[in-house]
Design a protein around this ligand. Structure first.
Ligand code: GAL
Length: 652
């Protein structure tokens, strides 16, 4: 069986004279591009005034692309409501925590809780789907654009307040239950009724964490609900087309699994250099080293995470084709990197890699953002990469991606939990999970992410559950019958779902799974780690004091004689945040016990082992001999001396 692998591009016909469209379409096809995403910001040109629908130009654009043999993904324009609409109902603007409206003049100026805005979105999407839903060229829909981008998941608006109160009333039924669940006896925070509950805004001291958690849950639910409103319209009026959303990197303010469950395809927008510059806690030396390549694990992390959110089918909807405009510094990719990023996405199972954007715009906010073409239509670096990719994709017949041997449980609510109560400045959920992910990848392991309520773990040899704030019955039941190795902690099971310390104390698991108690925790400044006994490695940022029961063995201890890693049967609990040396040791030991095939990869070499096929990527500045790290077989692409920015595909 072979998998679909194709290229795409993001195109804005409304930005260019119509006379340019046919030539653009022809050049896209010549470059090997098959899919074109259009329309996602075009509301003001689709409806310049209320009810004045001007769709003819879009139809001509779609026809032009179709005539050239291109397939279209039509975006719904709801991330950019036009000025007339905002003027009609200014209460649709999102409000920040300080009470300021985030106004018109860019994008995402809309509060998900505003019912008028929701209705308007359904109206414009219905009109678009009625007109284009069955057009032969339209093979998919992108719903909205990058939910929560620019920090817009949460709004402290009047409609959000109203919606939150209703949501709470539905969740708790009566106010006593809410007061109990939130612990409102503390500091006299009791509410007399649901109408008196406020949004967790500015308060003299910190807000009640349970209150914040519920607001974050509510805000996340609003996005899933908003998405579903549009999905329902599109599914009805445009049958057989794929429904897609494009997620953003390191965006945790809504539950992507919930949104993903209504999609056919999750996609994401992959900007490796921008993300290294402004979305990752790495030191200056690391940033400098990978300035033109991006972090060697960050793209793969998101590929794996978003693959999980829509049960396997996923795309890169936007890939960086050159310097971007939005990070603190915007360097150019090293030669070969656009091809490497493209191949890496396909190695992780992407069906389509689509470049953002076709031609650099000479005007407005993103005029400094590269495209495949320069503003004068001359090909830029990205165009070469696209041509090489299409030629290589046409030549190679590769199998679809398989289940990985290791799984990490990923939980958006846990990110909100540690955002709400970090207890130590560095305690960030994404950062914790990313450390484990990087540690696994350094041993050459491929990883699947799983949602927190996974009911069957049996496909995996090892399951890792760091920082899951509260257990759920489904997962605990799955763990009871799971026979592979489990590594949980730190902080896993340290709260109830309503954000209290569990009665049985963390990690809040029944003794037959593991009999250990976390009696105390401490957070540690970055320069005060806790050294491990008898080996390299420390606990950084976070340490727990563990009391193991009679059946629980201590596997790793700190130099000051405290248990760090304990084991009972197949279940391990880790009482702290391991540095890379300790994590490498733990992954090595557990990996061997689990029968995993481990490699020892340098920082700049990453692989994706997928059944009989291994993909290798060189993020470094020197050639790497793949034989020296134990990789061999038939080279379908590349060779055993992997050059900087090189890609190799090896079949066993
Ligand atoms: C994405 C967004 C695009 C464009 C791009 C620039 O986040 O979806 O519309 O703004 O960034 O890099």
């Amino acid at each position: 069986m072979t998998a679909t692998r194709a290229l795409g591009v993001c195109y804005y016909p409304e930005h260019w004279p119509e006379a340019m469209w046919p030539e653009d379409a022809r050049r896209m096809t010549d470059m090997g591009i098959a899919f074109v995403r259009i329309g996602e910001f075009a509301w003001s040109r689709l409806e310049p005034a209320r009810g004045r629908l001007e769709f003819d130009w879009l139809e001509r654009a779609i026809d032009t692309l179709h005539d050239a043999g291109l397939k279209v993904v039509l975006g719904t324009p709801t991330a950019t409501p036009p000025k007339w609409l905002v003027d009609e109902m200014p209460e649709m603007l999102p409000i920040d925590v300080e009470g300021h409206a985030r106004g018109f003049g860019s994008r995402r100026h809309c509060c998900f809780s505003h019912e008028g805005y929701q209705r308007e979105c359904v109206r414009i999407v219905t009109a678009l789907a009625e007109r284009f839903g069955t057009h032969d060229a339209v093979v998919g829909w992108q719903i909205d654009n990058e939910y929560a981008c620019h920090d817009t998941a949460r709004s402290w608006s009047a409609p959000a307040l109203q919606g939150f109160r209703l949501w709470l009333a539905e969740k708790y039924g009566n106010i006593d239950r809410l007061n109990f669940a939130w612990g409102n006896v503390f500091w006299s925070m009791d509410y007399p009724d649901f109408h008196s509950v406020e949004l967790p805004g500015l308060t003299p001291s910190e807000h009640n964490p349970a209150h914040r958690m519920d607001f974050y849950r509510y805000s996340s639910d609003q996005i899933a609900r908003f998405n579903r409103l549009q999905v329902d319209v599109v599914r009805q009026l445009s049958p057989g087309r794929d429904v897609i959303h494009n997620f953003m990197g390191r965006t945790l303010t809504f539950d992507h699994f919930k949104v993903g469950s209504d999609l056919d395809i999750s996609s994401w927008d992959c900007y490796p250099l921008g993300f290294l510059e402004d979305r990752l806690e790495v030191d200056d030396a690391w940033r400098q080293r990978f300035m033109r390549t991006g972090d060697p694990d960050l793209q793969a992390f998101h590929h794996d995470l978003y693959r999980a959110t829509s049960k396997g089918r996923w795309w890169v909807m936007e890939l960086q084709p050159g310097p971007v405009n939005w990070a603190d510094h915007n360097p150019a990719p090293r030669d070969g990197m656009i091809r490497l990023w493209s191949w890496e996405a396909f190695a992780h199972g992407a069906e389509v890699v689509s470049y953002f954007r076709w031609r650099q715009a000479p005007f407005a906010q993103e005029q400094m953002h590269a495209g495949l073409l320069r503003p004068d239509s001359v090909e830029a670096d990205g165009a070469d990469a696209a041509k090489t990719m299409s030629e290589e994709l046409a030549r190679l017949d590769l199998p679809p991606t398989e289940t990985a041997p290791v799984a990490i449980i990923f939980d958006y609510a846990s990110s909100w939990a540690w955002e709400t109560q970090p207890q130590g400045r560095e305690f960030d959920y994404f950062r914790l999970i990313f450390d484990f992910y990087r540690g696994l990848r350094a041993r050459g392991l491929s990883v699947d992410f799983l949602p927190p309520d996974t009911s069957d773990l049996s496909a995996y040899q090892m399951v890792i559950i760091p920082g899951l704030f509260a257990w759920n019955e489904t997962l605990v039941t799955a763990l009871r019958s799971y026979t592979g190795l489990v590594l949980a902690g730190p902080r896993t099971g340290s709260k109830t779902s309503s954000f209290s310390i569990p009665e049985t104390m963390p990690p809040d698991l029944p003794a037959p799974i593991i009999d250990v108690t976390v009696s105390q925790v401490e957070s540690l400044p970055a320069n005060c780690p806790v050294p491990i006994a008898g080996a390299d490695g420390t606990l950084k940022f976070w340490r727990e004091f563990l009391e193991p029961g009679a059946d629980c063995n201590v596997v790793v201890e700190s130099q000051d004689g405290q248990p760090v890693l304990v084991r009972q049967g197949n279940f391990h609990y880790l009482g702290g945040w391991p540095d890379s040396a300790l994590l490498a040791r733990i992954i090595n030991d557990l990996g061997q016990q689990a029968g995993l095939s481990l490699l020892a990869l340098p920082d700049e070499l990453r692989v994706r082992r997928d059944g009989a096929v291994t993909y290798a990527f060189n993020y470094g500045e020197r050639a790497i001999d793949l034989e020296t790290v134990g990789l061999s077989g038939t080279y379908l692409l590349g060779e055993s001396t992997l050059k900087p920015s090189g890609v190799a595909i090896i079949e066993a």
